[in-house]
Design a protein around this ligand. Structure first.
Ligand SMILES: CC(C)(COP(=O)(O)OP(=O)(O)OC[C@H]1O[C@@H](n2cnc3c(N)ncnc32)[C@H](O)[C@@H]1OP(=O)(O)O)[C@@H](O)C(=O)NCCC(=O)NCCS
Length: 180
């Protein structure tokens, strides 16, 4: 099993079939704060959609193209962090995340991203990691900024989220810039 210790009481574990009901409950109770930023939240996912997502994520992992982990805080599933498909030819990847509102504001997601970056630049030896955040998503943009990513620009109306389009800020970090 793929497990990464982040800090005391916080660990990342590969999402598996058995986690689907708990994962779905966290999504449901955080729906209002997730739907402005994620295309997958439109229409609101049913438990079967969450199951299908976990199935795709496991196949992605089995094919060596990246992973999606649950975030466990004090033994409770409290969010997710994952890699979109790794581009092995160009050795880059992009990172996505969300957290249960009950545990926000404690630096946990920044710490989870740090752990994933150690893995991505260490074991996977990739050259570049990207994080894309909507221009209005200040809490999300604060994470790459805190971790030393460079803001490269804004992709206008590049993501359709329900009946709106979001502009996305592209943040990037290169292997030699990562301080660990
Ligand atoms: C984006 C999201 C994960 C950010 O959560 P967060 O709790 O703000 O992020 P962190 O866990 O890194 O915590 C940072 C906060 O903890 C504080 N903090 C406390 N101790 C800290 C520490 N040791 N290190 C860093 N920050 C710390 C920071 O000051 C910051 O608080 P502030 O926002 O009041 O300034 C969360 O808002 C979320 O899930 N939103 C909905 C989904 C979403 O937008 N996903 C991203 C799409 S691109």
């Amino acid at each position: 099993m793929f497990v990464v210790a982040v800090s005391e009481g916080c660990e990342l574990r590969l999402l598996e079939e058995c986690h689907v009901p708990a994962l779905h409950r966290v999504i449901e109770r955080n729906y209002e704060s997730l739907e402005p930023w994620f295309a997958w939240a439109h229409p609101a996912p049913a438990e079967e959609d969450t199951r299908a997502f976990v199935g795709r994520a496991l196949r992605q992992f089995a094919q060596g193209e990246g992973f999606h982990c649950g975030i466990w805080i004090d033994g409770n599933l409290a969010g997710s962090i994952g890699l979109h498909r790794i581009d092995w030819q160009h050795r880059h990847v992009s990172l996505g995340y969300w957290l249960d509102a009950a545990v926000r504001g404690r630096g946990l997601m920044t710490a989870c991203c740090r752990a994933v970056l150690n893995h991505v630049f260490g074991e996977l030896a990739l050259e570049r990691v990207e994080i894309r955040c909507a221009t209005g998503n200040t809490k999300s943009c604060a994470i790459p900024e805190r971790l030393g990513f460079r803001k490269e620009g804004v992709l206008r109306r590049v993501e359709r989220v329900g009946d709106r389009y979001n502009d996305l800020v592209v943040w990037s970090l290169l292997r030699e810039e990562w301080k660990g």
